[in-house]
Design a protein around this ligand. Structure first.
Ligand code: NDP
Ligand code: OXD
Length: 316
């Protein structure tokens, strides 16, 4: 299709600076940050992160929506998302970031980083008992693109790995569980829980006190550990605090929170057993993501199918 017929891209972003995305996208196609008037027939694609509500519903010639993240819950918070295909991010670079985050946090809890940092502050020279990686089972909730990559790296590092998914999945050397009936057996066999689920109506609030109580606590780590890098609304912040207070959980690494940015008044900020990062586990870098998006648009216009489509019924 000649450039003049390509239509424009709508870029709608809340929560971060869209400029780098605007500059890279507009090298190839015309981009608009705010559509003109009540309807804009010139826009054929939307690239979004938490788009302004009811904006997409005003684009009569929209052909597809591209999420700036792997997760798409931010797209569905808008009541007026038109029935066009939604493409999400599946990208080596993003997967690598997440794998690094998971390995970093698992190793830090496993090698008792919190204890050693506290000891150093008080100049204490004491070696605690240290379990072998092969005695620790890391359970990954969400055995998708990110969960599977993390599982492979954890296995290569020497941990045992369990995985939980919606549908039945198999993976070499990973003990897999699925569905409601697989959840408790999965948790009962897990020492360090890594949450890499999408946020859907089925998963909202799933990481609550009752779930945490099912984790295995008889391990050399001295307690169960939670790592959540999926979405904040998967968890109940207050249940995590309760579990830390009564010993149900030993420690937690949280990248995501029910409310983001995490309010300054949240007790999670100062909790000695909590490691906080600001939704930074795996960043969507436009340098890596814009080119594949533009390539998909061009391929789609040549009659090829879009890749990495969201299943609207499943919500991810
Ligand atoms: P995928 O869609 O590839 O994988 C999702 C996994 O979750 C699948 O295994 C799926 O099961 C499972 N799942 C979904 N719903 C349920 C359910 N109800 N019960 C059990 N399992 C379920 O997603 P990705 O791996 O690419 O990404 C996962 C999430 O990570 C994103 O949705 C996003 O929220 C989060 N994320 C966070 C980032 C950060 O910086 N903190 C960065 C990037 C992503 P099945 O295999 O059966 O379909
Ligand atoms: C994503 C994210 O979903 O960064 O990609 O949270």
């Amino acid at each position: 299709m000649p450039e003049k017929d390509q239509g424009r891209i709508l870029l709608s972003v809340t929560g971060f600076n869209p400029r780098p995305w605007f500059e890279l996208l507009s090298k190839t196609r015309p981009v608009v940050l705010d559509p003109d008037g009540p309807e804009d027939p010139s826009i054929t694609y939307a690239v979004v992160w938490n788009q302004k509500p009811n904006l997409l519903a005003r684009l009569p010639n929209l052909r597809a929506i591209f999420s700036i993240g792997a997760g798409v819950d931010h797209v569905f918070t808008d009541p007026g998302v038109p029935q066009v295909p939604i493409v999400r991010v599946v990208d080596e670079n993003l997967t690598q970031y997440m794998t690094e985050y998971v390995l970093w946090r698992v190793l830090d809890h496993h090698r008792q980083g919190m204890l050693f940092r506290a000891q150093q502050k008080r100049k204490i020279w004491r070696e605690p008992t240290q379990p072998a990686a092969s005695d620790i089972s890391v359970g990954i909730m969400g055995l998708g693109q990110l969960g599977r990559a993390a599982a492979r790296t954890l296995l290569a590092t020497g941990f045992r790995v369990n995985g939980w998914s919606r549908n039945e999945r198999t993976m070499t050397d990973v003990a897999t569980f699925c569905g409601d009936e697989g959840l408790v057996p999965f948790l009962n066999a897990t020492d360090i829980l890594v949450v890499l689920l999408p946020l859907t109506p089925q998963t909202t609030g799933i990481v609550n006190y009752e779930l945490l109580r099912e984790l295995r606590r008889r391990n050399g780590l001295g307690g169960a550990v939670l790592i959540n890098a999926g979405r904040g609304r998967l968890q109940k912040d207050s249940d995590i605090l309760r579990a830390l207070e009564d010993g149900t959980l030993k420690e937690a690494s949280l990248d995501v929170f029910e409310v983001e940015p995490l309010p300054r008044t949240s007790p999670l900020w100062n909790h000695p057993a909590v490691f906080v990062t600001p939704h930074a586990a795996a960043t969507s870098d436009p340098v890596h993501l814009v080119e594949p998006m533009l390539q998909q648009m061009a391929a789609f216009e040549n009659g090829e199918p879009l890749q990495n489509l969201v299943d609207r019924n499943a919500g991810y």
